[in-house]
Ligand binder design. Structure first.
Ligand SMILES: Nc1ncnc2c1ncn2[C@@H]1O[C@H](COP(=O)(O)OP(=O)(O)OP(=O)(O)O)[C@@H](O)[C@H]1O
Length: 314
């Protein structure tokens, strides 16, 4: 019988030692479990420890302590475990730019132990499926960024893994290419592939993920089903348009009311209506142009949690 989880990571820690610096844990006691056919978004601010974690999961970086199991197997001792996983790290860098699409697919298929005949057949299937058949013999460097990204995903799928790790799959893509890649990810999941997704594009994570983990300073500070997270934090977010800057003292007072973001004289504040009145009295006498209300989304929840997480782990 197949194990319930395609991925189990238990109490992962990774420490890096830098010259003349104390040892520090970039990943500190991280556990996560991914079920079959699930999209799991793994989020966090820059430097939170996401890449270190997914490299440990993909068998690219040995954990200092902790256990990884892919379909029940250890990627560091059992090569069958790596046959279950495909990884696309940092956009499209896992491609050879002077080789054609087909050559890349064949090459990476061979690295995974496929015969030439089965790699050729799989290459045809994937090029058709990803709408790249017309580019079969084009060099990677001549493709658009969206096509390169689709090819990078196709390369990672050559050996038909059950778990696909995608690091920033829509970074740098225009709106059309981004929608196409997003649709492709959904189709893969419908076919039973599980996805571990890291991204700073929180709207993409919100649209795709069934579950989400938010990491800050090496630790998971929140893990929930996406729908439950949105429901738990369902709150008003007020967008307050000002005609002048808010000084640091007032910003600190506003942060005590709720999660705040501030850009070009526009404040976003997640709070209840009473909090809004308090906020307006703090902002006064600066003139307020407009106040608009909308529901909190993953971005406002992320900011609220990671502001707290940073404070808690400072
Ligand atoms: N090889 C390394 N040697 C020393 N420190 C490292 C190494 N790799 C990562 N780090 C440090 O570990 C911490 C976590 O880095 P990591 O790349 O895992 O974070 P991240 O969440 O993926 O960040 P980003 O979103 O910016 O890619 C950072 O402080 C980083 O500087």
């Amino acid at each position: 019988m197949l194990p319930e989880f395609v991925l189990e990571a238990e109490n992962l820690r990774k420490s890096y030692t830098l010259p003349n610096r104390p040892q520090f844990f970039a990943v500190n006691d991280v556990s996560l479990h991914i079920q079959r056919g699930e999209i799991y978004a793994f989020l966090g601010p820059n430097g939170a420890g996401k890449t270190s974690t997914i490299k440990m999961i993909s068998g690219l970086l040995e954990p200092s302590t902790g256990i990884v199991r892919i379909a029940g197997m250890d990627p560091f001792t059992d090569r069958h475990a790596l046959a279950q996983i495909g990884t696309v790290l940092e956009g499209n860098r896992n491609l050879y730019w002077r080789m054609t699409c087909h050559e890349n697919l064949i090459y990476f298929g061979a690295l995974k132990g496929m015969s030439f005949a089965s790699a050729r057949a799989r290459s045809r299937t994937l090029l058709d499926r990803f709408d790249l058949a017309a580019k079969r013999d084009a060099q990677v460097q001549s493709l658009s960024r969206g096509m390169q990204q689709k090819l990078a995903i196709a390369v990672a799928l050559m050996h038909e893994p059950n778990l696909l790790v995608l690091d920033e799959p829509t970074l740098g893509l225009d709106a059309h290419a981004s929608i196409e890649v997003t649709r492709l990810i959904r189709d893969l999941v419908a076919d039973g592939v599980s996805i571990l997704l890291t991204t700073h594009q929180l709207d993409v994570a919100e649209a795709l993920a069934h579950r989400v983990a938010i990491m800050s300073s090496g630790r998971i500070i929140k893990e929930a089903r996406m729908a439950d997270l949105l429901a738990e934090f369902a709150k008003n977010v007020y967008e307050i348009q000002l005609s002048e800057q808010v000084d640091d003292g007032r910003m600190r007072a506003l942060e005590a009311i709720g999660a705040v973001t501030y850009r070009e004289n526009c404040l976003q504040l997640a709070c209840d209506p009473v909090g809004l009145y308090e906020a307006l009295s703090i902002i006064r006498p600066a003139p307020v142009h407009s106040v608009r209300r909308h529901q909190s989304d993953l971005t406002s929840i992320f900011i609220a949690l990671t502001q707290k997480g940073v404070a808690a782990h400072a």
